[in-house]
Design a binder for this molecule. Structure first.
Ligand SMILES: [Zn+2]
Length: 115
């Protein structure tokens, strides 16, 4: 799969520092960790390995950087999310779906719980 022209990690690497500074005090430690993980995902910051073709005549060499494996990272979890969505889509019946929504008055909660 070809790399998109612009990824979330690219935006965070370019603007993340300024955004963190502008929102200092509003971000929790968990959010900062996610941003940091996405920024460093598949970069030299997390290390990597060199893969080289065993055919001496070829000798093709490529560097593969390690993933952050953060569950919020679109690069790491994007494929898993797509596979999950496709599996759920196969479970759907071939009929149109609708989601009814209604609001109950809090005093009717006891009645609503019976259904
Ligand atoms: Zn990642």
């Amino acid at each position: 799969m070809a790399r998109p022209a612009l990824e979330v990690a690219d935006i965070l690497r370019d603007l993340g520092s300024a955004w963190r500074d502008a929102n200092a005090g509003h971000l929790g430690l968990g959010q900062l960790k996610v941003i940091s993980a996405i920024e460093s995902c598949r970069t030299a910051a997390l290390g990597g390995h060199v893969a080289r073709c065993e055919n001496a005549a070829c000798g093709y060499t490529t560097i593969a950087y390690n993933s952050c494996r953060n569950r919020h990272c679109p690069k790491c979890q994007g494929a898993a999310a797509r596979e999950w969505m496709e599996a759920r889509a196969e479970e759907l019946l071939p009929v149109p779906y609708c989601e009814p929504a209604c609001n109950f008055d809090p005093c009717c909660g006891v009645i609503g719980a019976q259904f």
